[in-house]
Design a protein around this ligand. Structure first.
Ligand SMILES: [Zn+2]
Ligand SMILES: [Zn+2]
Length: 219
């Protein structure tokens, strides 16, 4: 099963240019079997929405929901994910294995410290993967608060210095390695992702396959 691990929708991520349903169609055409929607969940995005915390979270989830609906129509599995950035810092973290409802409990997830983030995500059955840690504006976090590192980020508009991320992950055996396209534009299609030897249906199964290192990276 070929899965895009890092995709944005233009409905939610201000930096993205492709609508949820269009993105799903593109991945279907590119013969992927799954996509994780990882829209940006940070203060900038959430402050741009109106209403209560609950309403803001509901709005945030619409990108994922539209993608999921389109995926069901086309026969491509859409998983829920998050890319968050914590207040006062520029590092990005991909969260896998969570249910969308998790955000109603933590509508201000981005105000946590990395230590707290790792704790609450873990308690909810998810994992924390630092995205593109060697981009110019990023710094690698303390690996004790990480479950994995995105060692391959295919986005062509950034120099993610993937080889450094790979070297880092090798030094910490508990860290899993992931690959994703960081899809924002049509031209980002299928520049990364992961191949799992079996069919995965839920966020939990995806997380378990990740932790079991039962995959190959597209890089
Ligand atoms: Zn973005
Ligand atoms: Zn991203």
């Amino acid at each position: 099963m070929k899965v895009e691990m890092h995709m944005h929708t233009s409905e939610i991520s201000p930096c993205a240019a492709v609508r949820a349903i269009e993105g799903v169609r593109e991945y279907k055409k590119a013969s992927y079997n799954g996509i994780v929607i990882t829209d940006h969940f940070n203060d900038y995005v959430l402050n741009g929405f109106i209403g209560s915390d609950r309403e803001k979270v509901a709005r945030f989830l619409t990108g994922y929901e539209m993608a999921k609906e389109q995926g069901e129509e086309l026969g491509i599995t859409v998983f829920f994910g998050i890319e968050t950035c914590l207040l006062g810092a520029q590092n990005d973290f991909l969260l896998y294995g969570l249910q969308p409802e998790f955000l109603y409990e933590y509508p201000k997830l981005y105000s946590l410290s990395i230590k707290e983030l790792h704790q609450v995500v873990g308690e909810a059955g998810g994992i924390v993967v630092q995205a593109h840690p060697y981009r110019g504006y990023c710094t690698i976090e303390d690996p004790k608060y990480l479950d994995g590192v995105e060692v391959y980020n295919g986005n062509p508009r950034h120099n993610s210095r993937n080889h450094l991320a790979k070297d880092f992950a090798k030094h910490y055996p508990h860290l899993i390695e992931t690959s994703g396209s960081d899809y924002h534009q049509l031209s980002d299609l299928a520049s990364g992702g992961m191949i799992f030897p079996r069919e995965l249906h839920t966020e939990t199964e995806l997380k378990e396959a990740l932790l079991a290192r039962d995959y190959e990276l597209i890089q």
